[in-house]
Structure formats: structure tokens, C-alpha cells
Design a protein around this ligand. Sequence first.
Ligand SMILES: NC(=O)c1ccc[n+]([C@@H]2O[C@H](COP(=O)([O-])OP(=O)(O)OC[C@H]3O[C@@H](n4cnc5c(N)ncnc54)[C@H](O)[C@@H]3O)[C@@H](O)[C@H]2O)c1
Ligand SMILES: O=C(O)C(=O)C[C@@H](O)[C@H](O)[C@H](O)COP(=O)(O)O
Ligand SMILES: [Zn+2]
Length: 348
Amino acid sequence: MPRIEVGGPTPYPVTVGSGVLDTLSVPERHVALIQPEDLPRAFVERAQAALQPTLTVSVPARDACKTLDVYAGVLSRLAAAALPRDAAVVGLGGGAATDLAGFVAASYLRGVAFYTVPTTLLGMVDAAVGGKTGVNLPEGKNLVGAFWPPRAVWCDTDTLSTLPGAVFREGAAEAFKHGLISDPSLLPRVLAPEFRPGGALLEDTVADAIAVKAGVVTRDLTERGERAFLNFGHTLAHALEGVTHQAIPHGEAVAYGMHYAARVSRAQGGADLTPDTLAFLRWQRPSSLPALTYDDVAPYMARDKKADADGVRFVLLRDLARPYLTRVPEAVLRAEFGGWQDDVARLD
Ligand SMILES: NC(=O)c1ccc[n+]([C@@H]2O[C@H](COP(=O)([O-])OP(=O)(O)OC[C@H]3O[C@@H](n4cnc5c(N)ncnc54)[C@H](O)[C@@H]3O)[C@@H](O)[C@H]2O)c1
Ligand SMILES: O=C(O)C(=O)C[C@@H](O)[C@H](O)[C@H](O)COP(=O)(O)O
Ligand SMILES: [Zn+2]
């Protein structure tokens, strides 16, 4: 069973494999289990059997749980149960639920132990690892949060069998991203027919995609440098999610955003990786986008967390596995938005 070690200030293991859900174990005597209300009941019951939580809190599905209102409601549930400071918060579910659970853990009583049990592909290869936690604001994605690493991550690959195909393909976008920024061997594997729940390529590909993220966050937990590369494609992605009020799910927005970033990378002198990002979009078959102009998305891009006092910065690729962070002239961003829209229109 693959096990990946995340290093840095507070090292922890990520366990990947079949049946992991029945092996959950934490040293804390009190546990708050946080899970989305639409999660298959059997997963919740298996986690409850293993952890014997003091309380289980159900939260709305998808990004509807990543709001300050839901966050405050969960904190009140923990306080009403008098959950002590030596308790643990366990986030079970997709990236939305684990992002919320992590921010609850980071802030309840000024911080309690946190563990993640991702049950989506995206959660396993990305969200549940690395300690970025938080919620959204109406002004944009993840604008409130904290770095609060989990103490262990358990990825039961059997849980992926109940995912709708579209949700599995959303998660594949982040694995593909790890291929583009660091490990190109992931690119053909993610698109291969055997990369599917129960497929021969699933477990090793998930483990190798996690290894990319684990390596980056080990070296740069709080995004002082190379962690920004994990944000490839996310400047436009988060803008698409914001402007559509989360009608476009994160993994689809990332696929659209990676193609835009590949176009901008080429315009700035990089290798042409747009055939790869287009191949991924064709494979993923994302939801169609509403009619948008550059001026619709620009205000959201301006609030991207990679922006500094001198303005917005983009993660671009000089070539496969050669990411860099840079400013881009607005004329280039605007022109490539037009070309990106033409490419997207031709996808159907
Ligand atoms: N913290 C990070 O580093 C990080 C990284 C990437 C993405 N994210 C965040 O993660 C979120 C997206 O996560 P996601 O793609 O996992 O989507 P999600 O959490 O919205 O989950 C998608 C849906 O699948 C359901 N679900 C979960 N597991 C299931 C299973 N095994 N079977 C059936 N249904 C299941 C969920 O309850 C939800 O309704 C976004 O909010 C994004 O911003 C965070
Ligand atoms: O872990 C990171 O760092 C990432 O950027 C991973 C992204 O896939 C993820 O969507 C993250 O939540 C985005 O971070 P943000 O700082 O842009 O909100
Ligand atoms: Zn992401």
C-alpha cells in the first residue's frame, strides 16, 4: 500500500489504498467528524465505527459549505458540545469539506489537531494534503483561511467507485496539473483508460500525483516560493468559479484555466503546451461556460492571492516541468483570453 511522507515543520504520512477507511485511528479522545451531507452513508458509518466521534457534523455539499455562515455554525456545534482543546477535527469528503474542516480546526480554541480522509480524486491528489484551509467570500475563492497541515491523510481508493464520472474527471485536472508542473509521466497516465476507479493505473497514479504535492509543500509550506507553482491555471480558474457563483466546479475551472495559462505561456516565449491542455479538456468534457468578457473575469483575477503590491502574477511554463512566476502585460492577457474563448468554443 503506497505511503507518502510529507516533511516540513510538522511531518505526516499520506496512506493510499483499498480499505484504508476502516483503519482510521487518532490519539485524541474526542473527535469532531465533519462530512458533506450527500456523502454515501456507508463511508460515514465506516469512519464513525473506526473513530467513535464525539459528534458528527453534516455540512452542505460542494462549495456551499465553504462560507463564513457554515463555518460559524460548525464552530458553534463544537463549542456547544464543549469539545476540548486536545480534541481532533477530522474532515471526511471532497476538497470543499476538508477545506472547511481544516479552517475549523485551525481556529477553534485557536487550533486543534486536524486529519483528512479525502473521498474524491481531487481531495486525494491535492486538497487534503498540504494544509491550505479556508472558505470563500462573495468576492472570490478561498479569500479567508489559514495554513494548518493535517497530522495524517488517509486515501481509501475504493471510495472513488461511487463518484459520478464528471467528479472523477474534475479531480484528474489537478493530477494533470502536477504532470505539467513537475512530473510529465503523469500526463499520459491520467488520460489512459485504466486511470479510473478500480483501474490498473489508479493507485500508483494517485500516489505519484500526491508525491508531487507532498514534495512542494515539504519544501515551502506557506507559499513563499515554489508552492505558487501548484497554482498553475488557478488565476483564471478561481475567476471562472467566482463569476459563475461556483456553477463551474473547481476541477473544471482548473482545466479551463490551465489551457489559458498554456496559451499565455506560449505568448511569453514558452514551449507550446496547448495541445496537451486541449487534449485534457477534450477528455474531461467540462460544463459549458456562460458568455464572458475579459472585463468580467479581470476583477476576480486582481484578487488572486499571488498578486502583490505591484499587481497580479501568473504561473507560466517555460516547458514541461519548468514553471515560473511572473507578471504579464495586460494586452497579452486580454488577447489570449480571446484566443482561449475561440478554442473553448471549438471544443464542442
Ligand atoms: N486546500 C487545497 O489545497 C485545495 C486544493 C484543490 C482544491 N481545493 C478545493 O477543493 C474543492 C473541490 O473539491 P472536490 O473536487 O473534491 O469537490 P467537492 O468537495 O465539492 O466534492 C464534490 C461532490 O462529491 C461528493 N462526494 C465526495 N466524495 C464522494 C464519493 N466518494 N462518492 C460520491 N460522492 C462523493 C461531495 O460530497 C460533493 O457533493 C474546491 O472548494 C477547491 O477550492 C482545495
Ligand atoms: O496547495 C496549493 O498551494 C494550491 O495552490 C493547490 C490548488 O489546487 C488549490 O486549488 C488551492 O486551494 C488554491 O490555493 P489559493 O491560495 O489560490 O486559494
Ligand atoms: Zn486547485
